[in-house]
Design a protein around this ligand. Structure first.
Ligand code: ATP
Length: 256
């Protein structure tokens, strides 16, 4: 992989039903980066992911994936949508669900999974620690196990960037730590972009943080600063009460 950005968002604007949802958003994600985007509910996080994925055309601006703008480049993106968008009552095993992440890569007809598809699915199940659950029905899993299956499904396409929308909603604290450990190991192979409204879940391993509320506020470092939060949340945010690990903040001076 070259060292150029894997994703470039260049002055992107989105208007939906007469409302500006994204306003002049620019960012670059580099290989092996762990980029966290936080912001309040309705701040435009899912919209930004949808624009990056090519699911929603911007009113203005450009998205480049691995330097290109064509739809084919988007195959390099793995997407983990919000948990609530899945229908877990659908009768399907964990392996079948994970395999379905390969469908976009199969061009022959009729669409049948080949050996490589099967091998990738086993690898993704192993990576997410759910190989032992492969033959279970997805509806019989716990919320945390289902969440891992969703991520495994995004991994089978061998993405260069993994985009996650609120991935820890159904995950308890010990599992969350383990989960972020897994994401960190994935960074050998791909960049990670994680969006969340909950500033308490920003893991210590992030390499870059931005706040999004229609506009994007960032200092291009892994520090969340009080001014970024205030700009995005439009109110003073009690940093400690939200359990944000203090290491993501810069040193406070004596006067603060
Ligand atoms: N298809 C749509 N049509 C009209 N408005 C939309 C549409 N999709 C999103 N919006 C609006 O755009 C704004 C941003 O929504 P978005 O889902 O991107 O926010 P978010 O930051 O992901 O929020 P949350 O943390 O609640 O998931 C919201 O005000 C939402 O109502």
């Amino acid at each position: 992989m070259s060292d150029g950005p894997v994703i470039e968002v260049d002055d992107v604007w989105v208007r939906l039903h007469g409302r500006t949802v994204l306003e002049g958003v620019s960012l670059a994600v580099h290989p092996r980066e762990f980029y966290a985007i936080i912001g309040p509910n309705g701040g435009g996080k899912t919209t930004l992911l949808r624009v990056i994925l090519g699911l929603l055309p911007p009113s203005r601006g450009e998205i480049r994936v691995l330097g290109g703008t064509g739809a084919a480049m988007r195959k390099n993106l793995g997407y983990v949508p919000q948990f609530r968008t899945f229908d877990f009552d659908y009768p399907i095993t964990v392996r079948e669900m994970v395999l379905s992440g390969r469908l976009g890569r199969i061009t022959r007809f009729p669409r049948r999974y080949g050996e490589e598809d099967q091998a990738r699915a086993e690898e993704a199940l192993e990576t997410m620690g759910i190989a032992g659950l492969a033959d279970r029905q997805i509806r019989d899993l716990s919320g945390g196990e289902q969440q891992r299956a969703i991520i495994a499904r995004a991994l089978v396409g061998d993405p260069k960037v993994l985009l996650l929308d609120e991935p820890t909603v159904y995950v308890d604290a010990p599992t969350e730590a383990h989960f972020y450990g897994i994401l960190d190991r994935l960074r050998d192979r791909m960049a990670i972009v994680l969006v969340t409204h909950d500033i308490g879940v920003i893991p210590e391993r992030v390499t870059r943080v931005a706040c999004l509320n229609r506009r994007l506020y960032t200092h291009d470092t892994n520090e969340i600063t009080a001014d970024m939060l205030e700009a995005a949340y439009h109110c003073p945010v009690d940093l400690i009460a939200h359990g944000v690990p203090h290491r993501v903040f810069p040193e406070h001076s004596r006067e603060e």
